[in-house]
Each structure stands twice: as C-alpha cells, then as structure tokens.
Design a protein around this ligand. Structure first.
Ligand SMILES: Nc1nc2c(c(=O)[nH]1)N=C([C@H](O)[C@@H](O)CO)CN2
Length: 117
C-alpha cells in the first residue's frame, strides 16, 4: 500500500490554448493530484520537515502555470509532472488537469496522466 498526499480543485490562471484569442488572456485551469509519499517518518516524529508539503506543491504549480505559456494542456501537465518528480522527490503521481469551459456543451474536459520517477 502506497501513501499519497492529494490536492483537489487547485484553481490556477494561465495563458493556454491553440487559438489566437486564447493567447491574450489568462483563463482558469483546475488541477487534481495524487502524489506518492511515505508518511510514516513525518508521522512518527510529528515532523513537518519530513512531510511532503501540499502547500508548497500547490504554490509551485500555481507559479509555474501562471508564468509559462503553452498551446496544449498536455505540455503544461508534462512539464509540471517532470518538476514534481525531480524537485520534490515524488516517486509517482497522478494528475488530472481540467480546462473548464473549453467545450461549451461539456461539463468538463482535460486529461489525466500518471508518471513515475
Ligand atoms: N488534447 C487537446 N485538445 C485540445 C486542446 C488541448 O490543449 N489538448 N486545446 C484546444 C483549444 O485550445 C480549446 O481548449 C479552445 O477552447 C482544443 N483541443
């Protein structure tokens, strides 16, 4: 059994899209994540220093999305996943990236990826 930290409904604002009209303003994206981490050391010592901080992960994703511009949500998801695996010591992650409103008659669209270090 693998422990996981999760983040649900993280709203970020990014310039993203394939059309010219999408390249002039930020729009809302929503991230849902699961990140594998062994919580036992943090729990044993009640030690934040040993914990994978969901706040730091959320801040990184927001900052990255807001300061980079891509056409495809695939590119944004892949770049963020690479950073989470390499910088935050995450061994596995599952990420859902939603682009609400992209298809007017759909409740939601987006992608789901799983990556391993
Ligand atoms: N698989 C994808 N399909 C589409 C994307 C995308 O990023 N990945 N993007 C668009 C447009 O930008 C659309 O969201 C405009 O509303 C279309 N399809």
């Amino acid at each position: 059994m693998t422990d996981r930290i999760f983040i649900e409904g993280l709203e970020v604002y990014a310039v993203i899209g394939i059309f010219d009209w999408e390249k002039t303003h930020k729009r809302k994206l929503v991230f849902d994540l699961e990140l594998a981490t062994d919580i036992q050391a943090a729990a044993r010592g009640d030690d934040y220093g040993q914990a994978l901080c969901y706040g730091k992960i959320s801040a990184f994703i927001s900052q990255f999305a807001e300061t980079h511009q891509f056409e495809l949500i695939e590119t944004l998801a892949e770049r963020i996943a690479e950073q989470l695996l390499s910088q935050f010591g995450v061994s596995w992650l599952k990420m859902k990236l939603s682009k609400p409103g992209a298809v007017p008659n759909a409740r939601n669209v987006g992608l789901i990826i799983e990556r391993r270090a």
